[in-house]
Design a protein around this ligand. Sequence first.
Ligand code: AMP
Ligand code: MG
Length: 328
Amino acid sequence: MPQFQRQTRLAPANPQAIAEAAACLRAGGLVAMPTETVYGLAADATDERAVAAIYAAKGRPRFNPLIAHVADAAAAGREGRLDDFARRLIEAFWPGPLTIVAPVAATCRVSLLARAGLDTLALRCPDHPVAQALIAAAGVPLAAPSANRSGRLSPTTAAHVAADLDGRVDWILDGGPARRGVESTIVACLGGAPRLLRPGALTSERVEAALGVALDRATPGRAPIAPGQLASHYAPRARLRLGARRLQAGEAALDFAGALADAGAAVRLDLSPSGDLDEAAARLFACLRALDDDGAARIAVAPIPERGLGAAINDRLRRAAAPREDDV
Ligand code: AMP
Ligand code: MG
């Protein structure tokens, strides 16, 4: 389906529309849904292509990890490893505007692209009947950033969403104005004291009262306590050399559209043999991990065009190729 020629259906979020939108999600489509914070742009979080379509529709210049929206605490426990703090917060505030970041569980189905390659993931259960019905009917976690074009304001009405994303999404479910209009509070529960990653609709005072301990607050510029633990982007072990047109001795190849096919690499993975940038985005983190797991010390990366999702792919590759300290 060409990215920006979607027939957008804007409809009141009645049971019929929710059922059709859920079927669309299961088929890899994009649905803007009301939540109590802001409208979210939802896709099947387990489907890398569907998640790539979110970034394309938003015109996001980089791959940030997305929040996976789940039906309840049991669903959260299948995706993430919830410690006692996480369970306490879920008990106190779900459904509601609190996002928990947890290590991925062995049974996690949320795709690498939705997690931006991380071994942690963000989980939220929205307090909105339409979002809840849609998640239940879709039967999968829904990755959903705010339903606006990159760089614009978060939308609190279906009309805001339509102004930004008409023709770029399959459905806009109108559930009236969002009650809160502010994003969720994000707390990381990764061992040790829970850490406030983003202030939001739920006050940190209420979070701390439920936890019984003070939140660790991310201080800008301070190195994470456990190096790498909170780094918000996956960095491959291997060194990357970008824009490669030929190979140097011992390099593995991360190819695009077969540019390095004849270069004689012992190991070569192609992000998209047909040169499709959405497919390349969908495969980016899985390919980087596969080359890392293969033990490559150096990876030559073929040139990636800067158009469409190529900009986000190149941003991620440039940061993976740069020195690591500033990689947050
Ligand atoms: P939004 O795009 O408004 O939905 O924001 C999602 C927020 O969740 C971003 O600030 C992300 O950086 C954050 N986030 C999602 N997953 C993780 C994660 N695994 N670790 C840390 N932050 C995360
Ligand atoms: Mg946003």
